[in-house]
Write a protein that binds this ligand. Sequence first.
Ligand code: URA
Ligand code: CA
Length: 445
Amino acid sequence: MLRMVDLIEKKKQGKSHDEAEIRFIVRGYTAGELPDYQMSAWLMAVWFRGLSTAETAWLTMAMAHSGKIVDLSEIDGIKVDKHSTGGVGDTTTLIITPLVAAAGVKVAKMSGRGLGFTGGTIDKLEAIPGFRTSLATGEFTAQLQRVGMAVMGQTDDLAPADGKIYALRDVSATVDSIPLIAASVMSKKIAAGADKILLDVKYGSGAFMKTVAAATELARVMVGIGTDAGRETTAVISSMEEPLGTTIGNSLEVAEAIEVLSGKGDSRLRDYCIFLAAKMLLLAKPLLSMTAATDTIRGLLDSGAGLAKFGEFVEAQGGDRRIVQETHLLRQASRKMELRAAHEGYIVRMDSAEIGRAAILLGAGRAKKGDSIDLAAGIKLHRRCGEFVAAGDVLATLFFNEMIEPARAGLLIEKSIHIGKKKIPAGALIAGTVASSGWHEGSER
Ligand code: URA
Ligand code: CA
């Protein structure tokens, strides 16, 4: 008979588990038979000792099969999904999924809530009045067929093991582990049923992986798992050294996504979304060239077809479609405060995780599991890395409601935006891609 204490000891000594042992751990913890203290001890042993490729794949499959696997085979065409490993101001899902759906490719997306200092798509969508993020599996597939896209949160039916393990990792300092992130992400993607998966693997100050090398290793592990599970997977490695968009916070990020879909907004965010959407389109239509895919996506953005698809999607999930034209109908904060530069210079660095934490202090995220959040709260950044600021220029606007004392958040943001004398050009956003065919440097195919 297997005993958890022996398995913790085994991993602590750096030895390998077999498949039966991994399944015992996942099944026992999901069923509530293994206590949190033993599971967290095992997770910490994994954090220090790692998991082999085989162990990581077994863990992923055990977690995916802890619930149902959505069957999308009745729905015509190739179904694609997308997942970011988490960041700050990362509002790409809201922009690229309607663009890809407008190109005629079905997007079946399972998303999460904010974790740690990072934001989550499910929270953002709930900033839209009336929007429903918990869909029954049947509703999800029916909407996918009819509208071409659907986004739902995790349920007790789909990858429940990840729901429980993630919550424990969040409070036991075991989030930033390559095998644990890989199993968490890929178990959800496999359960959600799409044929092909695009991963956006983040590195830098606002990501769980701090270097390109670590993010690339994580990407390789996930691409390998997806490929072995028969789901073609491509990963883009991209920078989270500074927040991706200019806003952090749920209503603010929905408004920013609508701005980009309207042909306006931040050009760095827009260009990156066009790139990711084109990559997603290529997964479904491998005979296209990257240039042709990019032209298609840009055309759908310029014509307003992406925005129209977003409106259709919002309405299908019960949301108020008018927000697409009238973003003031999204929840608005009652108070704001401007943060100004103390001296002139160039922005040389931002600590994105700290900016994410400042947004949480304003109410935009959870300090602990189950906390309620203020969907209107957040931050707008007025400057990017590499830009010049004069003394007194507004660096950021803080949005919040009654009962919040913004001083601590303001201080945190001030400390996170580093102003220097010399201009340092902002680094490249895209480091490369990992596909089953290997590593490709830069933003080419
Ligand atoms: N996103 C996930 O879904 N899981 C992780 O472990 C990290 C980011
Ligand atoms: Ca079919």
